[in-house]
Design a protein around this ligand. Sequence first.
Ligand SMILES: Cc1cc2nc3c(=O)[nH]c(=O)nc-3n(C[C@H](O)[C@H](O)[C@H](O)COP(=O)(O)O)c2cc1C
Length: 498
Amino acid sequence: MALDNLREMLAEIERIGELVRIAEPVRTRLEIAEIADRVMKSPGGGPALLFEHPLLDDGSRSPMPVAINLFGSMRRICLALGCERLDDIGGRISELLELKVPDGLFGKLAMLPKLAEIAKFPPRVKGGRPPCQEVVQRGDEVNLDGIPFLTTWPGDGGRYITLPMVITADPERGTRNVGMYRIQVLGRNTLAMHWQRHKVGAAHWRAMAARGERMPVVIALGGDPASIYSGSAPLPPTIDEFIFAGFLRRAPVELAKAVSSDLDVPAEAELVIEGYIDPAEPLVREGPFGDHTGFYSLADDYPLVRVTAVTMRRDPIYPATLVGRPPMEDYYLGHATERIFLPLLRLTVPEIVDYHMPAPGIFHNLVFVSIDKQYPGQAWKVMHALWGQGLMALAKVLVVVDREVNVQDPDEAWWIALNNIDPERDVRFTMGPMDVLDHSSRAFTYGSKMGIDATRKWKEEGFDREWPDLIRMDEATRRRVDELWPRLGIGLRPPRPN
Ligand SMILES: Cc1cc2nc3c(=O)[nH]c(=O)nc-3n(C[C@H](O)[C@H](O)[C@H](O)COP(=O)(O)O)c2cc1C
């Protein structure tokens, strides 16, 4: 059954034994972050934490508990997305992509359940007062100071919203976007919106600024976990994240009208901040911020959000995350994207067998790709294709290996890759857009990329030497040793080597 909101998610996490409630008062300034960092670095990602008595900067207790690390284990990310394994979602997407109208009446009838599943996805706008508007504050009533936003690292520019759904609309097409962008709290009713230039929210803002119009924006906290995840997914600009979330959860997302603009808000959110950006106002300084690179992102200029209303449940729970030196909770959100998008990548690059973005590569720094190589130069073809796909364009290093290499195991991928390359022959540099967070590129968001062709080299690729076989024990010996093992006195049987 789909989880509809944060409290259902917390109850489910508690049921599976992955929630720790913390009754001790803990400061929102740095202390929650330090505790969460230690927990997130523990094997498997550690439990989710609910801080029941967060202490605000003025020393007072906030009545709003802080939930953190909700998505930070394989079990919890699956629970959030309503699946047993993340690859099951990829499987559902593959099925949809392969839908062909079959011949014959029976074949067509068999398709109906699948089509009905798609028809159920669109979000529904609810009438009446939604849970997220049980309390409504407008104008001068708004005071963000009382909300337990976290300061996560000592060098941060201030308090930050770290796990939001930022909702905007394309002024020309009217399409909606939901993006997860951090937001700095500047004052009692002002914020700085850190949407990076390659992101859809930033494109909406550029379009609004070109028209000279005020841009309404909604920042929703909490709601159904599939929607929260969808904000972090690099969907094409024309796809509404709430439809995608509906597909993931197999149930529509409930929306409601915002109280101060025409945008819709997730009805089940805990807390919603409504506001606008006026292109006539100057940008404001945002940052520095201890980022998911493990370094501080430097301060820069971003749009100012003026808050028009804050709405919430009567007893809201504030959801947050912490980024910093990997691995952190965001690894699980990104890993879900990796798995879910595999069939979509294969649509245009069908030779891809698998790919993986290991945690230390923080998604855009390193991508391993295994391919079913059928012709010379195919690894280069795959690299060029990937550098042309959505946010994959920001990938700094691509390493392509043959199909049998398990790219989910970075040790195996590096072992094979480093064995297989003649660096001068197999490494190429090219130029392209770089992630906003890359601090090493020669210019802001522009720099070089490295492609490594670590596939086995063919004669047609100019390789005239003999290529050796991998070492593997023969199956008969392995079976014999399996039988012998209990009598050897070594104890626990280690797994068979690959
Ligand atoms: C915890 C977390 C924090 C993020 N912070 C930002 C951010 O501050 N700015 C940004 O542009 N992207 C940020 N991202 C990445 C975006 O959420 C991601 O690129 C997403 O695809 C953006 O949505 P869009 O494609 O609709 O723009 C963050 C992702 C996560 C998981």
